[in-house]
Design a protein around this ligand. Structure first.
Ligand SMILES: *Cc1c(COP(=O)(O)O)cnc(C)c1O
Length: 393
């Protein structure tokens, strides 16, 4: 059995492309071409050169000595926080902008909630001199002023979504409407391993550089490619997919996925999709999502903007369903504490998303000779105001 995608675009029973007919030509064009384009030597060359000289890859695999001493196990941090723009998202947007160019597209659209994916998209559009339109809920525009300013400085047009709850899902609807109206010249850059096939697979493959590097770096440091555990936080699931990718079918390596419990799983304010979710269709793919009895999507909650998503990508739904990955839900409070701990122990201020992953060490005991590789998906600069408010700094 493989935990990777099959020819039909499914991970087990999850995935597929459940899209309106008017979107079919766009998605089908991408589906027919993405693997071919990614395999071209010139694509690989350009992708790898940008990852190296623009993003700053490979990101270090750092042995966290004092954190390891505290928890009496061997902890390595994969330092995606050191990437250009401060997180893993840039790996995917670099890949997709190169894909868009080869498909002959000269206009990029994206949707963003907290603005992180919008900034990563605006960045690569500036890099390539391509027009960039980012849809964002009106409420989110007000909440995320610094990221809106960044996108504007990078030359993007930020278009407010004024319908519904005026947040992420409404921005997604606007982006889809735009794509239907502009099928020929426009590419839609999706920011996580979500959406209709082939997006989850394409994004996972762009992020897979993370596990490719972990294998090489761990071999050098520990004499083995295999850690005992891989740990990553899951919003939509792209940094986690990248961390797991080359280990998915290697069951000697245990996989841990961390979700956001918000104020607690039973509090009604949570984003713990695997526990609370049911099978359904969101953003064109069949997966697990939080929904009401009549199938309406439930508004998620997490202190971390990047984990505040009502679904998970189909890869993760399958990892949950098959038991290949262990899912742990971490509350706001436990994440914030783990984040501050990392600051004091290692001199690294993590993104609040990554802080959720770091809380695993308070929730699970590892053996002294276990090797645990944790993906530090991003840095905490963007979250400073949240840390200030929470800890009354
Ligand atoms: C966006 C984001 C996440 C969540 O997205 P995934 O697709 O689940 O990786 C996690 N960490 C950081 C730092 C982010 O910016």
């Amino acid at each position: 059995m493989s935990y990777n995608i099959n020819e039909k675009g499914y991970y087990g029973e999850f995935g597929g492309a459940y899209i309106p007919e008017m979107l079919y030509p766009n998605v089908e064009e991408l589906r027919q071409n993405y693997l071919k384009i990614m395999a071209e030597p010139s694509f690989q060359e350009e992708f790898n050169a940008l990852l190296k000289d623009y993003v700053g890859r490979p990101s270090p695999l750092y042995f966290a000595k004092r954190l390891s001493e505290k928890y009496n196990t061997k902890i390595y941090l994969k330092r995606e926080d050191l990437n250009h723009t401060g997180a893993h998202k840039i790996n995917n947007t670099i890949g997709q902008i190169l894909m868009a160019k080869r498909l002959g597209k000269n206009r990029i659209i994206a949707e963003t909630g907290a603005g992180q994916h919008g900034v990563a998209t605006a960045t690569v559009c500036a890099l390539m001199g391509i027009e960039c339109i980012v849809y964002m809920g009106e409420i989110d525009i007000a909440r995320q002023a610094p990221n809106v300013a960044r996108m504007k400085m990078l030359g993007a047009t930020v278009v407010p979504a004024l319908s519904g709850s005026r947040t992420l899902k409404d921005a997604t609807n606007e982006a889809i409407r735009d794509w239907i109206n502009n099928p020929v010249d426009t590419h839609y850059i999706i920011g996580s391993v979500v959406g209709p096939h082939p997006y989850p697979d394409m994004v996972a493959k762009f992020q897979a550089v993370v596990s490719e590097e972990i294998k090489r770096q761990l071999l050098e440091k520990e004499g083995t490619e295999n850690p005992n555990y891989l740990v990553a936080c899951v919003g939509g699931g792209s940094n986690a997919a990248g961390t797991y990718y080359h280990y998915l079918d290697n069951e000697a390596v245990n996989i841990i996925a961390i979700e956001a419990a918000g104020h607690g799983i039973d509090s009604g304010e949570s984003a713990a999709t695997s526990v609370l979710g049911k099978e359904g269709i969101i953003h064109g793919s069949k997966t697990l999502l939080m929904q009401t009895k009549d199938g309406q999507i439930t508004e998620p909650y997490s202190i971390s903007a990047g984990l505040d998503y009502p679904g998970v990508g189909p890869m993760h739904a399958n990892l949950y369903k098959t038991g290949r990955a262990e899912f742990i839900a971490i509350t706001d409070d436990d994440a914030m504490k783990a984040g501050l701990d990392l600051c004091k122990l290692e001199g690294i201020i993590p993104a609040i998303e990554s802080s959720h992953a770091l809380a695993v060490f308070e929730h699970k005991t590892f053996k002294p000779d276990d090797i645990v590789v944790l993906n530090l998906s991003g840095r905490g600069d963007k979250d400073l105001q949240n840390y200030i408010d929470y800890f009354k700094l």
